[in-house]
Write a protein that binds this ligand. Structure first.
Ligand code: DX5
Ligand code: ZN
Length: 216
């Protein structure tokens, strides 16, 4: 079974509450929140208040994707704000082992994200220590980009490693996912799909999520 995580980066913030309610009515199980600091990625998005607001509106799993430098300094406050899963970028943290343990000790699920150019084998020893790995399938920072084809190899590689050391590992993909590629990507082993533009297209989230799920 796959999980869809609509990414609110593509939401219409003038009607955030209605859109969250629409996500709740849809078959999506997660809500993906992209936090960007203007340093780790060349864009700035949102922080704690938005996570708190979304938490107050939903009981769905909140999947916070931190595209920030020094993530360990902020994980506690994101968890207190309502994050159920916290993803930190491997590239942003030289003490990633410490940070994933910190996330778990604070009661959330821990996850590591890899940029497209970062090889999967760098985290081989950490696969047994996390709940999820997020394979970025675009360069992080913006919605609406095109899926990078070579990332498919990374999903397959991660799936193989997970079979050996963590069969329950959630494998999330993020960037450029749509109804034309979701089936192929799920067959490679991905089971959580962060979807921005294809989920919010024309404001019909329920229908868009339904179409994505029906493709798999
Ligand atoms: C990009 C973000 C994504 C983004 C995906 O840096 O991490 O979550 O919202 O958007 P789409 O699905 O439009 O590529
Ligand atoms: Zn994301």
């Amino acid at each position: 079974m796959i999980k869809i995580a609509p990414s609110v980066l593509s939401a219409d913030f003038s009607k955030l509450k209605e859109q969250i309610k629409q996500i709740e009515k849809s078959k999506a199980e997660y809500i993906h929140i992209d936090v960007m600091d203007g340093h780790f990625v060349p864009n700035i998005s949102f922080g704690f208040p938005i996570v708190k607001t979304i938490r107050s509106l939903t009981s769905l799993t909140i999947d916070v994707h931190l595209m920030i430098e020094n993530p360990s300094e902020y994980v506690k406050e994101f968890i207190e704000s309502g994050a159920d899963i916290v993803t930190v970028h491997y590239e942003a943290d030289v003490h990633i082992d410490r940070t994933i343990n910190l996330i778990r000790s604070l009661g959330a699920k821990s996850s590591i994200a890899l940029n497209p150019g970062t090889p999967v084998n760098l985290i081989e020893n950490l696969i047994s220590e996390v709940d999820m790995v997020l394979i970025m399938t675009v360069n992080p920072g913006f919605g609406g980009q095109k899926f990078i084809p070579y990332c498919k190899n990374k999903i397959e590689e991660l799936k193989k490693l997970a079979k050996k050391s963590n069969e329950n590992l959630l494998i999330e993909v993020d960037g450029g996912i749509d109804i034309n590629n979701i089936e192929e990507i799920s067959k490679l082993g991905a089971n959580v799909f962060a979807v921005g533009s294809s989920a919010f297209k024309d404001g019909d989230i329920e229908n868009n999520v339904d179409k994505l799920i029906r493709r798999v």
